[in-house]
Design a protein around this ligand. Structure first.
Ligand code: RIB
Ligand code: CA
Length: 312
């Protein structure tokens, strides 16, 4: 029994690795990729999503372009981290496969309304604008989603783009609030978890020596992507964020977390986009998310490299 998922994404090197992990895993059926403005503008995240599908030899995967800007705030991008293209590192060919003509938000709504309730998982790897717009357009999807698995936020680790906010939430805090208040089952994988998943040179070398196209391409992505975080966190200390979302679906026992309340700061300029996570349950707020606080890093990278080795 495969798990049908939609991946909402802003590739981004770490998004690319997450997408390839999903495409390399027979337990998962990727119904489509929906792209969003985030690390780079949406025309580039869309182009990058097509490149990743072709790199994985999966030209049949439909890719739908989505929101070009957040619900309320002005766009924020991260070329300083991901490069001008958003997927700097490997030289990947211009994709032959076309973008779908359907708008990503319509694909999300139409898929969730057409498929049996409780069967489709939505994995978000970037700002939550598309999912927020889908909830505004058709609130009933909140009761039909099997679960939302989101990379975003931070508690003990606080933020990465500001001292108090993680990038995906910071870019569109209003969309994040909509999703967290939707009532849909949510698993949130914050920096507290992904900062335990470090792309050390030994781990990157596992990809570099693979005898396929995917492995060395991922090594090139990681070596580009990690340079920014190594300057910030120290050598060999660059975290790998987005593949944790797919790894959680594949092997949830690699992770630990608890059901708590997560609220989003949407007013303060100082702490805009902060995920206020009631980890010690000191408020009476509803427990609206399973927040993942820790991961088995060795197990995660073993799963990731084993699966990537299966790709062309
Ligand atoms: O803060 C890390 C997140 O922001 C990752 O999803 C990365 O791709 C960027 O989108
Ligand atoms: Ca991302």
């Amino acid at each position: 029994m495969t798990l049908p998922i939609i991946i909402d994404t802003d590739p981004g090197q770490d998004d690319a690795v997450a997408i390839m992990l999903a495409l390399a895993s027979p337990e998962i059926e990727v119904l489509g990729l929906t792209t969003v403005a985030g690390n780079v503008p949406v025309h580039l995240t869309s182009m990058n999503a097509l490149k990743v599908c072709e790199l994985a030899g999966r030209q049949e995967i439909p890719v739908f372009a989505g929101a070009a800007r957040p619900l309320v705030r002005s766009p924020v991008t991260a070329e300083e981290v991901h490069g001008r293209t958003g997927l700097d590192g490997p030289i990947l060919p211009v994709p032959k496969m076309p973008l779908q003509t359907t708008y990503a938000v319509d694909f999300i709504v139409d898929t969730l309304m057409a498929r049996p309730a409780g069967t489709v998982t939505v994995c978000t790897l970037g700002p939550l604008t598309n999912l927020g717009l889908a909830l505004l357009r058709e609130p009933r999807i909140a009761t039909r989603i099997r679960q939302i698995v989101t990379m975003g936020g931070g508690y003990f680790e606080q933020g990465n783009i500001t001292p108090s906010a993680e990038f995906n939430i910071y870019v569109d805090p209003h969309a994040a609030r909509l999703v967290l208040e939707s009532g849909a089952p949510i698993t949130l994988i914050p920096l507290d978890c992904t900062h335990q998943l470090l792309t050390t040179k030994a781990r990157v070398s596992q990809f570099k020596k693979m005898q396929n196209l995917a492995g060395p391409a991922i090594a090139d992505m990681l070596e580009f992507f990690e340079r920014y975080d190594e300057a910030k966190y120290g050598p060999d200390d660059a975290p790998l964020h987005d593949p944790s979302v797919i790894a959680w679906l594949l092997e949830p026992t690699l992770f630990e977390g608890k059901l708590v309340n997560v609220s989003i700061e949407c007013e303060s300029q100082l702490t805009m986009g902060a995920t206020v996570i009631d980890w010690w349950r000191v408020t009476g707020r509803p427990h609206n998310a399973m927040v993942i606080g820790s991961a088995n890093a060795e197990g995660f990278f073993k799963l990731l490299s084993t699966r990537i080795a299966r790709l062309p």
